[in-house]
Ligand binder design. Structure first.
Ligand code: F6R
Length: 241
């Protein structure tokens, strides 16, 4: 595990963007696993900046996202497909046909999960998986309780619904279910980049990096990954152990 503990959110975002950018430069047809949420927005802004300066070319890059709310279609502004278009894809030269987000509208969630996993295998797996960290230790929407291998439908916990309600007009509008990549999809990525900032993440980050490996802290499984990079700010990790 390699840890970059940066001064603040901007420095964290800069570092994360450099790591992703270096991969895009070295492997222009790489497969990036991407995340939504507040944490990676600064990283995406810097990737857009590098594209605008003609440093990065995304024309051959493919992406797979971690998760999507169930019941929201991609035009819904709270959907993760909308988030990705709005915060990254609409501003770089990626072919949208090469961008993948789980299907939140699939009637048969299990079949949609299997299809997503097959699609990832067909792409040759991901070169780098970017992950945010839930306050309860979740990665993707793999909530505490069990490690599930494949892409699957999940019931969101009250803590996640509450944390994510800030992005909705009202907590009642937060979907109660999501479809998420499972631990196999995440752990088979050749490299993992975990980003976390702010004091709300300290407890989860310390448990993930230094605690026992347990489904009660889903991110703790990352300790087993041979190529884990953590990029955080000082608030999220007041002390390195
Ligand atoms: C998003 C995702 C989630 C978030 C996590 C942290 O695709 O999979 O695991 O990364 O909930 O969210 P933020 O960054 O908003 O604190």
């Amino acid at each position: 595990m390699r840890i970059y503990r940066e001064k603040n959110y901007d420095a964290m975002s800069e570092r994360a963007a450099q790591i992703i950018g270096a991969l895009v430069l070295q492997k222009p047809d790489c497969v990036l696993g991407l995340a939504t949420g507040s944490t990676p927005i600064g990283t995406y802004q810097r990737l857009i900046g590098a594209y605008e300066k003609r440093i990065l070319d995304f024309s051959n890059v493919k992406t797979v996202n971690l998760d999507e709310y169930r019941g929201l279609d991609g035009t819904n502004k709270e959907s993760y497909r909308f988030f990705m278009n709005h915060n990254l894809f609409d501003h770089i030269n990626i072919d949208k046909a090469n961008t993948h987000v789980p299907d939140g509208l699939a009637a048969d969630g299990a079949a949609a999960g299997r299809a997503y996993d097959e699609m990832m295998v067909d792409l040759g797996g991901t070169d780098l998986q970017l992950l945010g960290l839930g306050q309860n230790g979740h990665i993707g929407f793999n909530e505490p309780g069990q490690f599930i291998a494949g892409t699957h439908v999940v019931k969101l916990t009250e803590s996640t619904i509450k944390a994510n309600s800030r992005l909705f007009d009202d907590i009642s509008q937060v979907p109660r279910e999501a479809i998420t990549m499972g631990m196999r999809g995440i752990m088979t990525s050749r490299e993992i980049l975990l980003v976390a900032n702010g004091p709300k993440k300290t407890k989860a980050l310390e448990a993930a990096l230094y605690g026992p490996i347990t489904p009660d802290v889903p991110a703790s499984i990352l300790q087993l990954h041979p190529n884990l990079i953590v990029v955080c700010d000082e608030e999220a990790l007041p002390q390195m152990q």
